[in-house]
Design a protein around this ligand. Structure first.
Ligand code: ZN
Length: 418
């Protein structure tokens, strides 16, 4: 695996950042390294705090970049959460401190980060598999979730923690949002909020298809709490830095509003006795004024994923369809439909739907034919073609990569049959 994403992979990343790999000095003493995940720096008083350490591939680049503008020792490394693109670049920062003869920086994080690392070790195979698909091969490697990769925090806190950066107050606040172990960092003197993935400069990524539960309502509440501090600067986990009180307030409150609207609509429907499957099919979305905001584009997560997150949080896994409680196998169901309609008729209808660009229905039928006979060459190819078309038109990076990954697997299967 390459040490950094190659340019094709990087261009494929959500909201591709033209400043990727560069340090941006926001103002003297405040800087942000644009990685796939950003690294935030506050310095100028003789010591520096570092918020997130980026990924294993980008940590050293972040260190090199900040060393161009400041030689101050790293006092604290603070993880905004334990995701690999934020907390796995630590080694480079520790090495820098050792090389310069500085004291080893203290790593601070919420107390649940350690549990996350342990879960990653427990489910290492699954994490590697799913991230390889989700990121289209750009970031995952088998070594990524190796327990040796984790730099566990030295110091943890539960609700709030107050630190001192050479006399300047630094506040750590626990939050639930994309993760349950989130921290947002507030420096009141500078009115600087370093928020990790509580702001991702796109539709918040709750309901990620194959990851653990996320927290739509708490995410909105946290953004509202940050807005109350009236930040002058927001350094987010992904995407550009936000400057100016008005813009910061807008990004925080409008993102919170989008999450609340979806959350509340799902809860309203659940309370009215609708089943999860009905709620999914209702295609809940955000109003046009919010959908037009540059920081709410569905380029990574998307509204249908948020809907799923809220359903899963409150209503478990059953869709509400009796046939899905103890489902017949897909092979049996596919074979029954094929026996009734005939394979050729199903494939012909699938092709017609595909040609009419009705891709969701085309895929549903194509899957029936494939499930009935997983080695049906034509059904395999037709499925792959539909998935490729879906990937081509899909804005969500996650969905796009899953469609493309599934298509790739089918193409391999088809090849093995020739
Ligand atoms: Zn992230």
């Amino acid at each position: 695996m390459s040490s950094t994403p190659n340019s094709k992979q990087a261009n494929n990343l959500p909201g591709f950042d033209p400043k990727m790999g560069q340090l941006e000095v926001i103002e003297p003493g405040i800087a942000m390294f644009h990685g796939f995940a950003n690294v935030a720096f506050a310095y100028g008083r003789g010591e520096m705090i570092v918020v997130d350490t980026s990924s294993r591939q980008m940590g050293a680049a972040a260190v090199r970049a900040i060393r161009e503008v400041s030689e101050e020792p790293f006092a604290f490394l603070i993880y905004t959460h334990g995701h690999g693109d934020h907390a796995f670049g630590t080694e480079a920062f520790i090495t820098d401190a050792i090389t310069r003869g500085h004291a080893r920086p203290k790593i601070w994080a919420h107390e649940d980060v350690a549990g996350r690392f342990k879960r990653y070790a427990l489910t290492r195979g699954w994490q590697s598999h799913i991230n390889r698909l989700q990121f289209g091969g750009a970031f995952a490697s088998d070594g990524l979730f190796d327990p040796k990769s984790f730099s566990f925090p030295d110091l943890v806190y539960r609700d709030q923690q107050f630190l001192d950066l050479v006399g300047e107050p630094v506040e750590l606040h626990h939050a639930m949002g994309e993760t349950d172990d989130a921290t947002w960092v507030w420096m009141p003197t500078r009115r600087l909020a370093m928020v990790g993935d509580l702001i991702v400069s796109s539709m918040p990524n709750t309901g990620n298809p194959n990851k653990v539960q996320r927290y739509t309502l708490e995410w909105a509440e946290t953004l509202e709490a940050i807005a109350k501090c009236a930040p002058q600067y927001i350094l987010p986990g992904h995407g550009p830095a936000y400057r100016g009180e008005e813009l910061c307030k807008e990004v925080l409150s409008e993102t919170a509003r989008a999450l609340r609207l979806i959350h509340d609509e799902v809860v309203r429907r659940l309370n009215a006795g609708e089943w999860p499957v009905d709620i999914v099919e209702a295609n809940i979305s955000i109003p046009a004024d919010l959908a037009a905001k540059p920081y709410l584009q569905p380029i990574y997560g998307c509204a249908p994923f948020v809907v799923r997150d809220v359903i899963r949080r409150y209503a478990g896994w059953w869709t509400g369809e009796p046939s899905q409680m103890f489902p017949a196998s897909r092979k049996e169901r596919g074979a029954d439909i094929l026996a009734l309609c005939g394979r050729d008729a199903i494939l012909a209808k699938t092709r017609a739907l595909k040609d009419a660009a009705d891709l969701k229905r085309a895929l549903a039928l194509a899957e029936i034919a494939l499930n009935a006979n997983p080695s049906d060459y034509e059904a395999i190819r037709l499925n792959a073609e539909i998935l490729e078309a879906m990937a081509g038109g899909e804005r969500s990076f996650i969905a796009r990569n899953f469609f493309a990954g599934a298509a790739r697997q089918l193409r391999e299967r088809a090849k093995s049959q020739i």
